[in-house]
Design a protein around this ligand. Sequence first.
Ligand SMILES: O=C(O)CCC(=O)C(=O)O
Length: 288
Amino acid sequence: MTILWIEVAPKVEMKKEVAVKWPESSPSLPEWLATQPTQDWEDTFHRDGCLTVNNILTEDEVRIYKDIYTRMLSGEIDTRRHRHDLGNHVKQVSINQENICQIMWPSEYIEDLLKGPLHTRAEAIAHVVLGKDCVLDFDMLISKGPHTNTETPWHQDESYWPDQPDKRAASFWVALDESTVDNGCMWFVPGSHKLPMRPFRPVSEGHHVLCCDCSEEEGAPRPLKPGSCTVHHGRTLHYSRGNTTNTQRRAYIVNFRPADMVKFERDHKFDHGKSGVDEIILTHKEVQ
Ligand SMILES: O=C(O)CCC(=O)C(=O)O
């Protein structure tokens, strides 16, 4: 799920105020990769259009990402420029929290976040499943707070960028909390990446979030332990239920596609809200 082609504001360079220190115990990228089932990743991704990678992060690493996430959610790190409610197509369920909190470009706020294990290992996996010409397109946080109970509608990410000539894309959804059916884990329809795109539409009139017809009967949930992730192709049908539990469901998402296609997007003034998500916040106000 990302933001539709919006006109971007003039680019202002952001100063990164917060630095991160990675655990010395973390394996180097080649060491980590050597222990991974790379052939199985490739086969599964091509067959199903979705894949589970267990323990892409260690417990110590998860702790670091969770700390950053908590500071962003609480407002201690001020991400208002990139933060909005992805679930604002329905009435706000809980007064003090977004139905679905989305923070675009968290890596813009933290020095060296891009050099950390989440981005570097995801890039290595993207090279295995998509090809070595793939680069990071954008990163984002999507969290569902306790009892926010708002589903992310069924959709295919490709509906947001249907005109790209090269459709290779992989989205990594990294669970920082345990993700379960009841708190909104991802659901996928395996094999849907090989079928024609389904017709899509805005989730409500004039809204930037897109959806299509699909149901849980067609797919299956992918619960995850903290530090594990799913990887899905840009055409794979996916969705998540709302969070009906007492606890947070926090995911860190990174998206990779061919470098040429990232250039194609930027040439069309599309940067996934890097310069700010003001237009989306305006939509939010209209709905309320
Ligand atoms: O976190 C969610 O509920 C949805 C995420 C999603 O649609 C995506 O990462 O493409």
